[in-house]
Structures are given as C-alpha cells and as structure tokens.
Design a protein around this ligand. Structure first.
Ligand code: SF4
Length: 291
C-alpha cells in the first residue's frame, strides 16, 4: 500500500529565520513528526542539503517543542494522532544538546506532551562526548548516522569523523550500552551508489557493529539539486540487506521519506548564496562521480 502524503510545515521564527517540520503518516497506528533542532547545520555532511546552509543558530527548547505541539494540534484531525517524534529535521541535535534534552524532557513528561521515551528519537552524526552524555542523562531513543564503513570514506562524506572516528564512536556505544537495559541504538546508513554499497562494505559493517545492541536502517538516498551522489539501485540494496540479515543483524530497508523510516537527518532547508564547501573527492571515486 502506498504511504500517505508527507506534510511539510514551515515556521517563521521571531527573527525571521525559517525552519521546517515534517509530519509523516506511516500507517494507521503510527504518525511521526520530524522536528528541527537548529536553523541550518554546521556538520557539512557532503550528501546533505541542510548541511549546505551552514549553521545559522540553535533553536530554543520552546521552538523545538512548539513544532510537535503545533503538529499535534493542527494536524491530528487530518492524519490521526502523532505517535512518534524524531529529531531528524534541520540540524545536528547533539550540537544543541542543552535545548534538545530540555525539549525531549518536555515531550516525554506526563505534564508535557507525554510521549513514551521509546517513541522520541534523537539522531546524531556522531558527536561522541555529547552522545555519551545523552545516553547517561536521557531515556529517549538514539539514532546514529553511520553511512560509511571506513574512516577514509566517512572523513570525506561526514567531516565530524575527522574529530571522532568510527573506532571511537562505535567503542563508545559498545561501552555505554552495556549499562542500558533493553536499549538498541538505531544505525542509519544512507546508501550512495558506488561509495558505500559494496559487498565489502556490508561485511565491514557486520564487523563494526558487533557487540552493539542495534538495528540498522538502510536508507535510499534522495538526490537533491547540486548533489554529486546517486542512489543505490533497489536490487543492490536488497543484496546488501541480505548479507547483513544472514549474519544475524536486525536490518530494514527504508525508502527516503523524511521520517524515522528515512532516518537521515536534514534533507531540509534552503542553502543561501554562501554555501558550506564541498570537499575534494578521494581519488578512487573521482571517475565514478565525474562521469
Ligand atoms: S546529515 Fe544531519 S548532521 Fe549531517 S549536515 Fe545534514 S543535518 Fe547536519
């Protein structure tokens, strides 16, 4: 069955900046609101539209919560009640951790919006110290955008990896999750044709996540204007999924829809005239991306 239409809401903030919130009806029992946590984003992931904007400012906790309140009030009649919240709109949530944790607290508090903590998911590109703090201080769910299986590729497509590399990120999760009962981190893996979708990548991914209680979402890349990347064909995504599943991973194939099914933060926003830089393409991918 075709999913129902995604609803996009634009908010103009008091200072005139604009943020986007997305409401995604997933099925009769689940409707997700995807909230922004910043105007723009400083992380400059090379496949991300929001990243091209650079960071304009952090949102306050009130501005974050208001997106869910507004979506719930205005859209409940149209799409049924909002059941899930994902921090996967504009911005790197853990780069604005104080306000994001305040907002998450209000969302799960019984005198606030009273969502179950398992239904509020904060996504990160891998800010390790903040991630550690989040896992220690907040009961909400965590998603980590992985998107590569080598430091070489991740350093290129997600520059945060130059500061907190794959080994550190995954070892931190391995250690921290030992103390959390019944908790699984969600790994997001946006599949980019010829970049991170080989059989070798699948085998490396299995090794990387070993010992970490997790689920893996394989996400179809949604090319945007000016993007140098292409999406992995469906058949190859299925092949990749099967390799992970046969090794015992919990793995899902997700179309890119802007929600926790899409799971990659930030395909939103409007880059202005000044854009964050694109990095030099590693030599082995130059022919692929320049043809
Ligand atoms: S993918 Fe997320 S963290 Fe990376 S630039 Fe986009 S919004 Fe920021």
């Amino acid at each position: 069955m075709e999913p129902e239409r995604i609803l996009q809401i634009l908010f103009t903030l008091e200072d005139g900046l604009v943020i986007e919130t997305v409401v995604i009806p997933c099925n009769r029992d689940r409707t997700t609101v995807c909230v922004s946590s910043q105007v723009g984003c400083a992380m400059n992931c090379q496949f991300c539209y929001t990243g091209r904007m650079g960071l304009r400012r952090n949102l306050t906790a009130g501005e974050i919560v208001e997106q869910a309140v507004f979506a719930r009030r205005l859209l409940s009649a149209e799409v049924g009640s909002i059941t899930n919240v994902v921090f996967m709109g504009m911005g790197e949530p853990l780069h604005n951790i104080e306000n994001v944790m305040k907002a998450a607290d209000i969302m799960v508090h019984e005198q606030g919006l009273h969502f179950s903590p398992r239904k509020v998911t904060v996504s990160t590109s891998g800010l390790v110290p903040q991630l550690r703090r989040f896992l220690n201080e907040c009961n909400c769910a965590l998603a980590v955008s992985l998107n590569a299986t080598t430091n070489e590729v991740r350093n290129w497509i997600m520059p945060i990896n130059r500061k907190y590399n794959l080994g550190l990120l995954l070892e931190t999760l391995r250690q921290e999750l030992r103390f959390k009962r019944n908790y699984k981190v969600l790994f997001e893996y946006v599949m980019l044709a010829g970049i991170n979708d080989s059989t070798e990548d699948a085998k490396r991914l299995i090794e990387l996540v070993k010992g970490i209680p997790c689920k893996i979402n394989l996400i179809s890349f949604n090319p945007h204007s000016g993007s140098q990347f292409r999406s992995t064909p469906d058949a190859k995504m299925i092949e990749f999924r099967n390799i992970l599943a046969e090794a015992g991973c919990i793995v899902f194939l997700r179309p890119s829809r802007g929600d926790d099914q899409m799971a990659a933060c930030g395909q939103l926003g409007k880059p202005g005239e000044t854009q964050a830089p694109l990095f030099r393409i590693p030599a082995q991918f130059q022919t692929l991306l320049e043809t």
